[in-house]
Design a protein around this ligand. Structure first.
Ligand code: PLP
Length: 420
């Protein structure tokens, strides 16, 4: 019997196999037909410490037996308070408020709405949003609006709001800073939203910390709010807890999700500065922040996040990340001279390269062929077009990482010899 399931980002017309995963542990997925797959993309960038990480799984089980769900408008609970306090200790002091939601996309929607809410209360309201070219901020209508326009959202373009597209930072980011200046001369921007240091879904495109600092300075000169979408980069992916740290940049709004619960259950937060909060503070109910979802700050998800924060406080997570950064660098270097690979790059624990030419295109025919090649070698890699990237959980072993890079090297050889 065929499955009634409709999978995300999947062209069912191609009838590609859809393996069934029965269990997972560490960096390994076990399929129901008994194979062990190395999860080299952290199950779409979410799993940080490893699958079914015991402190997090236990916290979920205990919370599920104590308090499963409670309305969060006008009510609170211990796990949410614990996560909020923990985040205050780990993130820049200027971020003083924590708003919960359920996914990276909604954390972005919340940040955009907070930015507009802030500007509505200023003497000269602003509403225009600046975005980086090739950015990705989720698949809801607001998230698509601030993301790169293309095949992903062409069908929905009549629904998307107009934004100012800024060029990707080059060198020290002067080009983007200049674009912010000239945009503001036309119509002052309310906010710009960026993925700090590395643009994920846009093809693992990187820019240096100095460029991020230059963007912050340009925002400051024009009173533009900076929204850091650290949904992918947060929780150590770039080598530091937040990518912004490397540029000593403090955003006005910060979006976190994916690794917030260690990758076990969905949850997101948008952190805001006091001025953004205060713009919504009055005795008039019409000024409150009008956003919620049924499951805002779900206690089970918050218990997972609280356990994740304890893991970060009590275990040598930073040392594990540093080890992984070194192991990635060694293996990437070993592929440096391969004739069909180019544009090798690494930001922290994330390594990426292009197969057969430097320009990536999402619908490149190479992507599905590569994915199949990797799947047949029990490695989960999901190329973005012809861009192959490795973003494993921090617990990945040397042997598992070797298996991943052997699969990449063999695919490169096959491509060079016309066998792919
Ligand atoms: C994944 C991602 C999102 C969307 O998060 P979802 O949880 O999939 O909604 C937003 N921004 C960035 C940078 C992401 O990588």
């Amino acid at each position: 019997m065929t499955s009634p399931l409709w999978h995300p980002f999947t062209q069912h017309g191609l009838r590609e196999p859809i393996p069934e995963v029965a269990s997972a542990e560490g960096a390994v997925l076990r399929t129901s037909d008994g194979r062990e797959i190395v999860d080299a993309i952290s199950s779409w960038w979410v799993t940080t410490h490893g699958h079914c990480y015991p402190p997090i799984s236990q916290a979920i089980a205990e919370q599920a037996g104590r308090l499963d769900q409670v309305i969060f408008a006008g009510w609170t609970h211990g796990p949410a308070e614990e996560v909020a306090r923990g985040l205050m200790e780990m993130t820049p002091d200027a971020l003083t408020r924590v708003f919960f939601s359920d996914s990276g996309s909604t954390s972005v929607e919340v940040a955009l709405k907070m930015a507009l809410g802030y500007w509505r209360k200023q003497p000269r309201p602003r509403s225009r949003i600046g975005v980086l070219r090739h950015g990705y901020h989720g698949d809801t209508v607001g998230g698509m609006s601030v993301g790169e326009r293309g095949v992903f959202n062409a069908a929905y373009s009549p629904l998307l709001f107009d934004v100012t597209a800024l060029p990707l930072p080059e060198g020290g980011g002067e080009n983007t800073a200049h674009a912010i200046e000239s945009a503001c001369a036309d119509e002052p921007l309310a906010a710009i939203i960026v993925e700090p240091l590395i643009l994920g879904a846009g093809g693992m495109l990187t820019y240096p910390p100095e460029a991020l600092s230059a963007l912050r300075r340009a925002c400051d000169r024009h009173g533009v709010l900076l929204i850091a979408d650290e949904v992918m980069t947060g929780w150590g992916r770039t080598g530091t807890l937040l990518a912004c740290e490397q540029a000593e940049v403090v955003p006005d709004l910060l979006c976190l999700s994916k690794g917030l619960t260690g990758g076990a259950v969905p949850l997101a937060v948008t952190l805001a500065t006091e001025p953004v909060f205060e713009a919504h503070l009055s005795e008039d109910r019409a000024d409150m922040f009008f956003h919620s979802s049924s499951y805002t700050a779900n206690p089970i998800a918050c218990a997972a996040a609280a356990a994740n924060l304890r893991v970060w406080r009590e275990e040598p997570v930073r040392a594990r990340i540093e080890t992984l950064c070194g192991r990635q660098a060694e293996r990437l270097a070993a592929l440096q001279r391969h004739p069909v690979l180019s544009n090798h790059r690494q930001v922290g624990t994330i390594a990426a390269m292009e197969f057969g030419g430097s320009e990536g295109a999402y619908l490149s025919g190479l992507g599905p062929k590569l994915a199949k090649w990797f799947r047949n070698r029990n490695v989960l890699l999901r190329p973005l077009g012809n861009t192959v990237y490795v973003m494993p959980p921090y617990c990945v072993t040397e042997a598992q990482l070797d298996a991943v890079y052997e699969a990449i090297a063999s695919a490169a050889d096959a491509l060079a010899e016309g066998r792919l």
